[in-house]
Ligand binder design. Sequence first.
Ligand SMILES: [Zn+2]
Length: 484
Amino acid sequence: MLKKFPKTHLFAAGGLSLAIGAVLMFSPGSKVEANRISIPLPLHGESTPQSSTDSSSIFATPKQNIASEVAEALPSQDETANLDDEGAASDIVVTSDYEDQPHQELVESSLASEADLGEWKSYQIKSGDTLSVLFQRAGFSAQDLMKVLAADKDNNLRKIYPGNTIEFNSLDGQLNKVRLKRSLLESTLVSRSADGSFTTEVIKREPEAHPAFGAGTITSSLYAAGQSAGLSQGLIMEMANIFGYDIDFALDLREGDQFNVVYEELYLDGKKIGYGNILAANFTNQGKTYTAVRYKDQNNRVSYYKPNGQSLRKAFIRTPVDFGRISSHFNLSRKHPVLNRIRAHKGTDYAAPTGTPIKAAGDGKVIFAGVKGGYGNVVIIQHGQSITTLYAHMHRFAKGIRVGTRVEQSQVIGYVGSSGLATGPHLHYEFRVNGVHKNPTTVKLPEAAPVPKQEMARFKQQTATLLAQLDTFAESHRLALNAQ
Ligand SMILES: [Zn+2]
């Protein structure tokens, strides 16, 4: 009698960022005391010493229980970008514990169908492997490697990570092809041409997306409710991002809050390989319901809107670092900690570990990126005509950040450090309107642009089905719950 909704699976995994944990574990505030029920996780309230800034408790559950959702298979993951940017896995040598195990050799029968001649050998890349070791293992020479690398203009093969698969095809005793499989969706193929040189192509496959549905009610935390609704960690995080301008998931969440989500499940060759985007969702927080629908505009910009076309976003995010703790407030008569004299503090300081990513508060253009006296490494962004934001004491800038660079809201522009006059690693953040410093924590943030008038008909037409699906799913879920 109880209708079951599609439940998805969480795969075990490591790569997702700690950032996710913090938002997911935020629990309802203390106002839920009256209707508490027995739950596995403690509620945050007066009676519990935990707070949402206690990182150890925030991270504990996700790190242990959650697993990855085939993150490497998804098309545009930030994780990939992070690897590149931080150089965590070095270019050629695979860094991390090396296991000296016999390497399994597989011949893929399916490859025959691709009309490849010759013999294939396949190796799963392990920590400590280098390209030259892998070539040697497959029976090819340093010269073969040189020729292949010469054809690898974009350095695709130079970036190998544990878990990638490398395959060698030999024909008449000569190296014919090398294929590096990054994921189910992306591989690099280097092939020998008639003249003996090699050419490279990157092959990308597109998974099929099918809509799926999840619904949940908050009992202990957003994360727990999302998990029991069958949502992946990434989807729960995405939901928190979508509604995060209206709902403060650290403070506003209450027991009994409810959500419905239509999202994509990704399939490749009939097999589910992961999760795509949230297509439509609603979240009822303390009796107020917010609805969001995904829309790609005529300039191919994707955003979430209310059904009437208003944006769910503000033009600025309030805090440009995750998990930063305010260490010094905007204060026009503060004694400077290093200079030890009165000097207005015209910004907000967020203490965070060195290397924590700093995000652009809004869309804009970089008008300064360099060293500025006591501010150390500084980025200044111009947003429209009247607003500039400033980010100081950076450890370093993110790749590609220089004067003239266009940045999008939440794009990483640099990393927390203590360059210039700073007592410890923190972000000094300033928000100026027409040149006047405003308090970044209280300044009224403008709304992001709505769907343009001339696009409203298109918006209505493209989102109608998604919103109808959301309503239908939500209604049958509600009926199913009532029938219990
Ligand atoms: Zn400061």
